[in-house]
Design a protein around this ligand. Structure first.
Ligand SMILES: NC(=O)C1=CN([C@@H]2O[C@H](COP(=O)(O)OP(=O)(O)OC[C@H]3O[C@@H](n4cnc5c(N)ncnc54)[C@H](OP(=O)(O)O)[C@@H]3O)[C@@H](O)[C@H]2O)[C@H](O)CC1
Ligand SMILES: [K+]
Length: 499
């Protein structure tokens, strides 16, 4: 499913109108009806419903929604919150159809009248502003939004909660706090940002009849279960352990043996053929019982720098520490140009000095930072990253020729050519030590088994998150879920996805 900016959404509309001959009024009818039937899941026949209608096409959708609900026999009060002169174009056409259907609307004169009406409502449908909002809400919207957010009714938004910007990068806003948002055609960037995401409440996307073949591809997609089913490589019945990749994991130290152990176990549980671990010899006795299937490699000349040749993929960084000898290891890895490399945790701190050289690597380089680590790598502040994760990820990945997995509740995976995928599977139970180590193991394993790195990373992120989701559905609570539970839960997820 595509993720769009406001501009890209207008472009999709334009293509539908110009190249496919879909009339704007028809699109509005489709949108309004699709949203109505979607919202009905949250509405009961005995509910008193208020529909708030704004000045633009979002308001036009509101007239369609109010008409459809009234036609179906629901108890609806339609409030136009701007003067008649503000309702123009397709919205005005739908206002006329609304009136021709014999339905009355109320015009906002004072906020007291509206407030009385809101006081009797069970459900409030916000069709005031959508992707056309610019800057902070002006009156009367700001006051209406404040009134609505104080009420105890069910708040449902059309396309976007009014006031929420569609695009990343906007910090200063005030918005309708929806319990549920019915998104038209494609999720906007703001669905995935820390600051705007909470305003949407739960959400889903309705289809309105845009012609898929003609729509421009902005190469920014939400990666879902259907994508995983479509792209997860099948295991050949005649394969042997060498067919699924021989991986090396470099990490762990005397005081941090657990992380590399979890990465190795997660890689093996995700189908890697062979896993070797390079770690502090003192850590081996505590790691080996946990991953009996792994082997251990010694450093060259008894040192800590392992032989790097002969692997299908290498992961480095988890529990590694930041000592000078590890700088040497990371430097050698950067120069080991032909082996796919995944860098996490301490490895991300150590690789900062070699960023300029990553572009020269021939095999894929994957960096998996959380926003704090990405701030260190990029020199940006965490706030800047959280405000504009799409553009900052893209700029960094293109500049350094790397795959960037920016981890968070919405994980953004960016390729060196700027393509982006978003994963939203997973839950707060994953916000714990060890989750990143497990993800690294899954990603390493996926990279060694599939040819397309973007698919491997997207599938790995999805499987990691959905395993956590499955586990909190029945066996665990978010509070007690451990990273190691996720490793053991992978079997169930793989059974679901490999038919
Ligand atoms: N295919 C589709 O996606 C379809 C989407 N539809 C719906 O249309 C909206 C987008 O419609 P648009 O008219 O472009 O924009 P809005 O309805 O969001 O808002 C425009 C009005 O908002 C006013 N505005 C802008 N910023 C503010 C602000 N900060 N405070 C108050 N008012 C603001 C603006 O007024 P100006 O005087 O500033 O110009 C406009 O009046 C999309 O979201 C969907 O819901 C269609 O149904 C067709 C299919
Ligand atoms: K809205």
């Amino acid at each position: 499913m595509d993720i769009v900016t406001a501009q890209e959404m207008y472009e999709r509309d334009r293509v539908a109108m110009e190249a496919a001959g879909l009339d704007g009024k028809l699109l509005m009818e489709n949108a309004g009806r699709a949203v109505t039937y979607d919202l009905l899941r949250h509405i009961q026949k005995e509910h008193a419903i208020v529909v708030l209608i704004g000045a633009g096409n979002n308001g036009g959708d509101g007239f369609v929604i109010a008409r459809t609900l009234l036609n179906l026999g629901y108890d609806v009060e339609a409030w136009q919150v701007v003067p008649d002169t503000k309702i123009t174009g397709d919205a005005e056409a739908h206002k006329k159809i609304f009136q021709a259907s014999g339905h009355p609307y109320r015009l906002l004169k004072s906020s007291e009248d509206l407030n009385t009406s809101l006081g009797c409502a069970d459900v409030c449908i916000d069709a005031m502003l959508g992707i056309g909002v610019k800057g902070r809400l002006k009156e009367p919207y700001a006051e209406i939004v404040r009134l609505c957010n104080e009420k105890s009714f069910v708040r449902l938004s059309v396309d976007l909660p009014s006031g929420v910007p569609a695009d990343e990068g906007e910090e200063d806003f005030e918005a309708f706090q929806a319990h549920y948002t019915s998104i038209i055609d494609a999720p906007k960037q703001s669905v995935f940002l820390q600051s705007t995401r909470p305003y949407y409440g739960e959400w889903s996307v309705v289809e309105i009849g845009l012609p898929p073949q003609l729509l421009p591809d902005h190469r920014r997609r939400l990666w879902g279960a259907a994508d995983v089913k479509r792209t997860l490589p099948e295991r050949d019945a005649h394969s042997h352990k060498g067919s699924h990749g021989k991986g090396l994991i470099i990490g762990g130290s005397r005081l941090m043996p657990g992380s590399v152990a979890m990465t190795a176990r997660a890689a093996l549980r995700s189908g890697a053929g062979l896993i070797a671990v390079s770690t502090d010899p003192e850590a081996i006795p505590s790691i080996s019982p946990y991953v009996q299937e792994a082997t251990f490699v010694e450093g060259k000349d008894g040192g800590q720098v392992p032989v790097l040749e002969g692997y299908d993929g290498i992961a480095v960084g988890m529990g590694l520490g930041r000592t000078s000898v590890m700088v040497t290891v990371v430097e050698q890895l950067v120069h080991e140009k032909e082996t796919p490399l995944l860098v996490d945790a301490d490895g991300l701190y150590l690789i900062k000095g070699f960023l300029q050289e990553l572009e020269k690597r021939e095999a894929p380089t994957v960096l998996t930072p959380h926003p704090g680590e990405f701030a260190h790598l990029s020199g940006l502040s965490i706030k800047e990253i959280l405000n504009s994760p799409f553009s900052h990820s893209k700029e960094f990945a293109e500049k350094h020729g790397v795959y960037l997995v920016l981890k968070g509740p919405s994980t953004i995976i960016t390729g060196p050519d700027g393509e982006q995928r978003v994963n939203i599977s997973g839950n707060a139970g994953l916000a714990k030590g060890g989750s990143g180590d497990v993800l690294s193991g899954i990603l390493l394993s996926m990279m060694m088994q599939g040819e397309d790195v973007m698919n491997a990373l997207s599938n790995g992120c999805f499987l990691h998150g959905s395993t956590a989701d499955l586990l909190v559905q029945d066996e665990h609570a978010k509070i007690d879920l451990l990273a190691s539970d996720v490793i053991e839960g992978l079997s169930r997820t793989f059974r679901t996805f490999s038919s």
